[in-house]
Design a protein around this ligand. Structure first.
Ligand code: HEC
Length: 481
């Protein structure tokens, strides 16, 4: 019996070796044998590969239940959180591993500097930097997807930064917004980037690294002599990956991924980005306009550019090691201190920390609550003329959420005017039976809610918005039926 299994095992191994590129890939990955601490340092590559695979698997699982439209995105994320088995955990794994991934890549890059392989294996080095950039892009675009108050805040910042970029700002802003205003089309744009473009580029980069570019050494002597080393290194990788996964699995069940719950008080809601973007968030506090945009796009571009170029440009070993280390450590110190400052400011200010703690409590209660499906009426509504009776066409008409609604009203009345608790929903204001509101009423409410008998919880926007912005909100409110 045992002999039989052995034979089959060999047959399979022979087939894989003879019919696929497996051996060549193994040879490239396990290029030069290492021992001791250097061998353990090299397991960062396995961790990065594992985290990318985990992103793909959890991302696909989330996609099974998620609908990327301004109308449905939040409701479907709430569904994942409240109504599916393990949905919160899967979403948290996706979120936390997206934070881990840049950290693992930075560790990978660091060990390449320490071991000197940033010079000897420049392809691997360049790809590590490119993949770090792509992974950050994946995180930034994924941020929009829940379409909660955090997302809207993040999208606003991203679109504003893009719009303020010198020369191309106007086009870049419109492209990212996918139109003149932030709308369901903006969500489509971010979704397309997050699930199609960026993952394809990451997969492409990984494939190029594995299948097209080798170490530049070629020869197969290592493969023939390196069996023991390959087996040991595979075990080391497995050990480190198992530890990383266990830590992530525990962390994801203890600390669910953040979700801004609708109905939180707008005036006090504090959106915070994921830890990998706190440096950007902190920079935004002190910079504005074109300067902020140049800094946000320029600083990472300069760091990535220098890291990629220095080992090529500087031929002497010492100067390459010193210059690359200075740029790398400088970037880490810069990002680290901005991140620490952001955390510190949040904890030191009693008001802020109390509010953040309250938001966490709200989230916890929301997760424990029962899922409430959102009822969407499709097709013709009684008493309403609808030229398009096809429900799919109807629901595909983009409803542009005005940017000023997002920044002024969304946190009370919900990202799409769905309301919650004491904050009324804003759908059907102009068509309902009771207290139907005219255009003038809506303008009156925005300017002076008190004169319409509304409580002081609804603030006046008379001087906070200009006439055009008020009209834009009113037009949008009228489209919510
Ligand atoms: C701080 C939370 C808050 C913010 C911000 C806010 N609202 Fe309100 N809004 C309320 C509350 C609470 C009510 C209900 C008041 C009542 O019924 O006495 C209300 C009521 C309304 C109503 C009346 C709804 C109805 O059923 O007739 C409209 C219209 C409205 N808000 C529009 C807006 C617009 C537009 C903005 C942004 C420019 C906005 N609100 C921002 C809290 C808020």
């Amino acid at each position: 019996m045992a002999a039989e299994i052995r034979t089959n095992e060999f047959a399979l191994r022979r087939w894989v070796g003879g019919s696929t590129q497996f051996d060549a890939i193994v040879e490239r990955l396990f290029d030069t044998p290492d021992t001791g601490i250097r061998a353990w340092l090299r397991t960062t590559a396995g961790v990065v590969a594992f985290l990318i695979a985990l992103q793909a698997v959890t991302g696909i699982l989330l996609a099974f239940s998620y609908v990327p439209s301004a109308d449905s995105a939040f409701t479907t994320v709430a569904f994942i959180e409240q109504a599916t088995n393990g949905g919160t955990w899967i979403r948290s794994l996706h979120y936390h591993s997206s934070v881990m991934l840049p950290i693992a890549l930075v560790a990978h890059i660091a060990q390449m500097i320490v071991r000197g392989s940033f010079r000897s294996n420049r392809t691997a080095w360049t790809f590590a930097i490119v993949i770090l950039g792509l992974v950050l892009a994946a995180g930034a675009t994924g941020y929009a997807l829940p379409w909660d108050a955090r997302s809207l805040n993040g999208v606003n910042i991203a679109v504003t930064l893009a719009g303020n970029a010198p020369l191309v700002g106007k086009y870049l802003g419109n492209w990212l917004r996918n139109g003149e205003t932030i709308s369901t089309m903006t969500l489509s744009r971010f979704y397309g980037l997050h699930v199609l473009i960026v993952p394809t580029l990451i997969a492409f980069a990984v494939c190029l690294r594995l299948f097209v570019f080798g170490t530049g050494r070629g020869g197969s002597g290592v493969y023939l002599t390196g069996r023991g080393w390959r087996r040991d290194q595979t075990v080391r990788n497995a050990v480190v990956i198992a530890i990383v996964f266990a830590a992530l699995a525990w962390f994801s069940s203890a600390y669910p991924a953040p979700l801004a719950v609708p109905g939180t008080d707008a005036a006090t809601f504090l959106p915070r980005p994921g830890p990998q973007f706190l440096w950007l968030f902190e920079m935004q506090k002190y910079t504005d306009g074109t300067f902020a945009a140049v800094l946000a796009f320029g600083a990472p571009a300069v760091v990535f550019g220098l890291l990629a170029a220095l080992p090529v440009v500087l031929k002497a070993k010492m100067s390459a090691v010193i210059a690359t280390s200075v740029v790398f450590v400088g970037a880490i110190v810069g990002v680290g201190s901005l991140t620490a400052a952001a955390y510190l400011q949040d904890t030191v200010d009693p008001k802020t920390s109390a509010q953040l703690a309250k938001q966490e409590k709200d989230e916890e209660a929301f997760r424990a609550a029962q899922f409430k499906p959102k009822v969407v009426r499709l097709g013709k509504e009684p008493g309403k003329e609808s030229p398009k009776s096809d429900p799919v066409v109807n629901s595909a008409v983009p409803v542009a959420v005005p940017a000023t609604y997002v920044s002024s009203c969304a946190k009370c009345h919900g990202p799409n005017g769905e309301g919650k608790g004491a904050y009324p929903e804003l759908h059907g204001l102009t068509t309902r039976e009771d207290e139907r509101r005219s255009d003038e009423d809506l303008l009156g409410i925005i300017n002076d809610p008190g004169s319409f008998g509304l409580s002081a919880k609804m603030p006046s926007y008379e001087h906070k918005l200009n006439d055009e912005q008020k009209q834009e909100i009113i037009n949008w409110l009228k489209s919510l039926n």
